[in-house]
Write a protein that binds this ligand. Structure first.
Ligand code: CMP
Length: 144
C-alpha cells in the first residue's frame, strides 16, 4: 500500500551538514520526497510532537535539543513507506542500530540520533498534519 510518512532530520543532522547524504538514502531506495521544510521548531510544537514522552526523564533535554537549531521536516511517500523508512533509519539507540542504517552509520547517542520517522500510520497522519498544511504536500509522478 502506498503510504506517506513524516520524517525529520534533527538539529545535529543539519549542523553536521548531513542533510544531502541522508536525503539521498531515501531517494536511492526509490521513495519519493513530497514535502520538505527547513524550520526552527518552537517549544510548543516540540512539546506537541513529542507529547507521548512528556513523563520521561529525557523529555526536557529532548525539547531543548530539538528547539536548539533548525530541523528538516519532510513527508516521504512510497510503497509501505512507514516501515520501509523505519528500516532505513535503524534502531532508536544508534549503538544498537545496524550498520548500513542512517543511525547506525551517522550517530552514536540516543539523545542525538539525528533523525525521526513516524512509527505507525496513526502517528504518520498526526505528525504530517502537525508540521504541514495540505497545500504544502506535492502530488506528482516520477517520470523515468
Ligand atoms: P525519536 O525517534 O525522535 O523519538 C523519540 C525521541 O526521544 C528519540 O528519537 C530520541 O531522540 C529520544 N529518546 C528516546 N529515548 C531516549 C533516552 N533514553 N535518552 C535520551 N533521549 C531519548
Amino acid at each position: 500500500m502506498i503510504q506517506k510518512s513524516f520524517v525529520m532530520m534533527k538539529p545535529d543532522a543539519v549542523q553536521r551538514r548531513l542533510m544531502g547524504k541522508i536525503l539521498s538514502r531515501f531517494e536511492e531506495k526509490g521513495l519519493q520526497i513530497v514535502a520538505v521544510k527547513l524550520m526552527q521548531i518552537n517549544e510548543d510544537l516540540a512539546k506537541t510532537h513529542y507529547g507521548e514522552h512528556a513523563d520521561k526523564p529525557f523529555f526536557g533535554s529532548l525539547i531543548e535539543y530539538i528547539t536548539s537549531s533548525p530541523s528538516l521536516a519532510m513527508v516521504i511517500e512510497g510503497e509501505e513507506a512507514i516501515s520501509t523508512i523505519r528500516k532505513l533509519v535503524g534502531a532508536t539507540n544508534p549503538l544498537e542500530a545496524d550498520l548500513g542504517t542512517i543511525r547506525g552509520d551517522f550517530a552514536m547517542d540516543t539523545g542525538r540520533n539525528i533523525i525521526h520517522a513516524s512509527d505507525s500510520p496513526d502517528s504518520a497522519e498526526r505528525e504530517i498534519n502537525l508540521f504541514f498544511n495540505e497545500d504544502e504536500i506535492c502530488d506528482y509522478e516520477i517520470v523515468d
